[in-house]
Design a protein around this ligand. Structure first.
Ligand SMILES: *Cc1c(COP(=O)(O)O)cnc(C)c1O
Length: 384
């Protein structure tokens, strides 16, 4: 599904020498590399504060702790996403409220958010799923109207540009009150271990969060709030510094691969290619143009509409082609997150998508020969 080795080969000399420098400096934790990376990512995203931490799940949890959300507060998020998003809400004894998604973008449906709002609602967590920006115009306006926080889960969307209806362009993660991301190796900006970060433009919130990641300390050995221990180490930071200048190039390579996939699948019955809606740059949302930078294709996900998705998975596996089903079970059906308040009729789209979606190999090193082989194998099977 990913080719981390091929990408490493391109930056090997730089990565190897900077890792040895960190080892020689012995500044393993909170060293100059972490601060330099933080600054460089702030500049790249055009966000005031980046607070590095240990992983993307911690980043989400710490963002919610920083906002001072309290047990019983309701937090609305998508039913169709990775479990980390709902996990931290539950862990903090907040009440997760899962809502359905949009069938074209796979992202949280603003109409479903509106219906789920109660007097206890305190926050919305949009996930920029598979790398496509959620509808932030509508989400920010709902949040404003109801006085809610917006926490962007940007683990899959780093580098994407959101174009507002008024034409303004902002990087994902710099739009809501606070955002989280993950540097898990297979993410678009991945390190060689675990890593994550929190972003915000709010100075006070940034200050609060800097204490929370460090045991709630604002002054050494003075613990003002209950915190956690969540750090990005210097070796991961130095790897991320080598990769950050290439992030746009990496995302362009993903988009180019996605375009080749979509062109090959165009017009094939029973296959729905990903729609790219946020770019406002063309009328045919099924084609992916050079300027579609509202989607960074963390995953390239098809919908197979003839009930043969599972057979296709088997067929691809038999032909040595990796693929993935993200995600096979809606969060509202997971044992850990079941709740009497949910009604199956509220999740028609998620319940459909879990049977249709299949994600194909997607990384920065895919070549034409591989894409041809993959698309031919898929089309031969679906046409059979
Ligand atoms: C990967 C991911 C996370 C969690 O990140 P980790 O670094 O693995 O903890 C959270 N949310 C989404 C949507 C993700 O894809």
């Amino acid at each position: 599904m990913v080719d981390l080795k091929g990408q490493y080969e391109q930056i090997k000399d730089q990565v190897d020498s900077s890792i040895s420098e960190v080892i020689n400096s012995t500044a393993f934790i909170n060293g100059p590399e972490v601060h330099a990376f933080q600054k460089e990512l702030e500049d790249y995203l055009d966000v005031k504060h980046v607070i590095p931490c240990a992983n993307g799940t911690d980043a989400l949890q710490i963002a919610m702790m920083g906002l001072g959300l309290e047990p019983g507060d309701e937090v609305i998020t998508a039913d169709f996403t990775f479990a980390a998003t709902v996990e931290v809400i539950a862990l903090l004894r907040l009440t997760p409220v899962l809502v359905d998604v949009d069938p074209d973008s796979f992202n949280i449906d603003p109409e479903a958010i509106k219906k789920a709002i109660t007097p206890k609602t305190k926050a919305i967590v949009p996930v920029h799923l598979f790398g496509q920006t959620a509808n932030m115009d509508q989400i920010m306006s709902i949040a404003k109207e109801h006085n809610l926080f917006v926490i962007e889960d940007n683990a899959q969307g780093i580098g994407a540009n959101y174009k507002f209806d008024n034409g303004k362009v902002t990087k994902t993660g710099a739009i809501g009150h606070v955002a989280s991301t993950s540097f898990f190796p297979s993410k678009n900006l991945g390190c060689y271990g675990d890593g994550g970060a929190i972003f915000t433009n709010d100075d006070d919130l940034a200050h609060t969060i800097r204490g929370i990641v460090n045991h709630g300390m604002y002054k050494r050995y003075h613990h003002d709030v209950v915190g956690v221990n969540s750090r990005l180490d210097s070796i991961q930071a130095t790897i991320l510094r080598a990769k950050l200048p290439n992030l746009d190039h990496y995302n362009n390579a993903r988009r180019a691969a996605a375009r080749k996939y979509s062109n090959a699948f165009a017009g094939i019955e029973h296959i729905i290619t990903p729609r790219v809606e946020g770019n406002h740059c063309n009328t045919d949302h099924n084609t992916i143009c050079d300027t579609c930078d509202c989607h960074v294709f963390h995953q390239y996900t098809l919908r197979i509409t003839n009930d043969k998705r599972d057979d296709l998975v088997q067929h691809l596996n038999d032909n040595g082609i990796p693929c993935g089903v993200y995600y096979p079970i809606p969060l509202h059906s997971q044992k850990a997150y079941q709740d009497d308040r949910y009604n199956e009729a509220d999740f028609p789209i998620t319940n459909q998508l879990i049977n249709e979606v299949i994600s194909l190999p997607m990384h920065t090193e895919l070549d034409d020969e591989q894409i041809d082989f993959i698309t031919k194998t898929v089309i031969d099977f679906v046409n059979k």
